[in-house]
Design a protein. Structure first.
Length: 553
């Protein structure tokens, strides 16, 4: 038996899915990328297998190969076999694959907003699966859809069935995606990073939901992730992938407590560490707010009359000093990002906003322009915030041109080179495009774009949430280094409490647009006073505790 398939299924049960020596490659002109290099594993009935590795390790390509969803003919399988219930899937006719996809093997993707059709309601998209595979009539499909939405815990399913994807929160949308995947009670559920972009409390709920549904339906589960704390909770066995190969495999206990391969050991040890940069307690105040409010009107009817308001930020006061970091935490919809954008005057607001000694709340767009270079923002998704049509040199240098910084093109080019070097990007690659860089490199480029203008204050909006743990640790170290070197003031917005603790000297906890708790980071993390804060910390550190135990062992 292949070395990667020893004891791969529960007992002696025949595997539902058997992958043998799978190879996958992509061709771009004469260039060939070997994404998967001889991967083998089995999944038995009711079993959970975790496929773990950093971005680019080949785990998602492996999953997409099972359902034959790669972009053929650019992608190909020069070797290997994927057998499901005796049926060879590689090279299977499209008619065969359509019968299997969404019926016997279903998949839940990382970002449901991009995998669901924005033009159709949730109900229509789930019903479509039932109409195609079960030949139900529309009334029966609607009834089954409501039953599924109740099963996955979506609130008010009778109303939500008519909602479009953009009208649901991230957690609600992921529940709807799970309902769609379970519509035909599949034999295998493939979950590809389904909780990466979710808050810790929502993540915990989704994990418990999937475990409960797995037990209820007797499904096998292939869990693909870079989050080791999640896979420890979800998987019976784990395969660790690096550079397209499985470098280590075994039971979850063996992998976490007795990892042998250096790559696995490095993954287990990779997490944001260290403490916030020490800054003077009497450092000057860079940014402050007093009773800031951002309310969005709710308009209804043909005449679009205002019938109420969404109080996204509802009377918040916060102060950020030079060289200090204020961490802002809370669930999706708590108002974290809205607060950060209001501080930068990217959203209209009420209340006082001061930058150093100047009141900026009432400044016009033109009056704000000279201050723009002093305050910058780094977004969550660098791939979405970096123009795919511009080279890295143009992206980083754009702010210099807009703000008339630098007397000549050569001088601006030198500033770009310096900014890229400072964030750890080789300046020789500045004429390449964003898609030619990894996720961590793209985030460094986004940071360089902000740093090239020498700002005093930066809003960091979930800048590490979409990154692998090892890359997260590198970005946290980079941000600390830049802060210490330039005495930057940060507002760090995140749902990842471990990252917040590594960077922030004070923390603001938000819920429904209000501050429920605030204070020094050590006080908030070690002795939270409010139930909401306690619940956030419990959800986060219950997951992370298994990793800490594994690493210390």
């Amino acid at each position: 038996m292949d070395e990667h398939t020893d004891s791969t299924t529960k007992g002696n049960a025949e595997p539902l899915l058997s992958v043998r020596d799978l190879k996958a490659e992509f061709r771009q002109g004469k260039e060939v990328v070997h994404a998967v290099r001889g991967v083998s594993f089995d999944i038995g009935p009711g079993e959970s297998l975790g496929l773990v590795g950093e971005s680019g390790s080949g785990k998602s390509v492996t999953a997409m190969s099972i359902l034959q969803l790669l972009p053929y003919p650019e992608a190909s399988h020069p070797g290997g076999s994927i057998v499901f219930r005796g049926q060879e899937l590689i090279g299977a006719p499209e008619k065969t694959m359509r019968a299997i996809r969404g019926d016997r093997i279903a998949m839940v993707f990382q970002e449901p907003m991009t995998s669901m059709n924005p033009l159709f309601t949730i109900g229509k998209q789930i019903s479509e699966v039932l109409l195609y595979h079960k030949n139900m009539d529309k009334d029966a499909a609607r009834g089954r859809t409501l039953e599924l939405l109740r099963l996955v815990g979506l609130p008010d399913p009778e109303q939500r069935i008519n909602s479009f994807p953009h009208q649901l929160s991230g957690g609600q949308l992921q529940r709807a995606m799970i309902a769609m995947a379970l519509a035909n009670e599949p034999d295998i559920l493939i979950a590809d990073e389904p909780t990466t972009a979710l808050d810790v409390t929502i993540q915990a709920q989704i994990l418990e939901l999937i475990k409960d549904l797995q037990r209820r339906f007797g499904m096998a589960l292939l869990w693909i992730t870079h989050d080791l704390s999640v896979v420890r909770k979800m998987a019976d066995r784990i395969c660790v992938m690096s550079d397209g190969e499985i470098v280590e495999h075994g039971s979850a206990e063996d992998i976490f407590l007795r990892a042998k391969h250096p790559y696995t050991q490095r993954l287990l040890a990779s997490e944001p560490k260290g403490k916030p940069v020490k800054a003077s307690a009497d450092a000057p105040v860079i940014m402050s707010t007093n009773d800031v409010k951002v309310w969005f009107p709710i308009k209804v009817g043909l005449l679009r009359r205002t019938r109420g308001y969404v109080r996204a930020v509802d009377g918040i006061s916060v102060t950020v000093q030079q060289g200090h970091t204020v961490g802002v935490v809370g669930e999706s919809g708590s108002g974290k990002t809205t607060l950060g954008r209001a501080l930068l005057r990217l959203l209209s607001s009420e209340g006082s906003i001061r930058f150093e000694d100047s009141e900026i709340h009432d400044l016009t767009v033109e009056e704000m322009r000279p201050l723009r270079r002093e305050m910058q923002i780094v977004f969550q998704d660098p791939f979405g915030s970096l123009s795919p049509r511009m080279t890295v040199a143009r992206i980083v240098g754009e702010g210099l041109r807009i703000n008339n910084v630098g007397a000549t093109n050569a001088e601006r080019e030198e500033m770009v080179v310096q900014a890229l070097s400072e964030v750890g990007i080789d300046p020789d690659g500045r004429n390449r495009y964003p898609h030619e860089f990894s996720g961590g490199q793209r985030q460094r480029i986004a940071i360089a774009r902000a740093m090239v203008l020498k700002p005093r204050f930066m809003v960091l909006d979930e800048p590490t949430s979409a990154l692998d743990r090892s890359v997260q640790a590198q970005i946290v170290d980079l941000l600390r280094d830049l802060q210490e070197r330039h005495k930057l003031a940060y507002m760090f917005i995140s749902h990842d409490l471990k990252v917040v603790r590594a960077l922030s000297d004070s923390v603001v906890v938000m819920k429904d647009g209000k501050v429920v708790e605030a204070g020094p980071a050590d006080d908030v993390f070690d002795d939270p006073k409010e139930e909401y804060t306690q619940a956030l910390l419990k959800a986060a550190f219950d997951l992370e505790a298994v990793d800490t135990a594994a690493v210390s062992t």
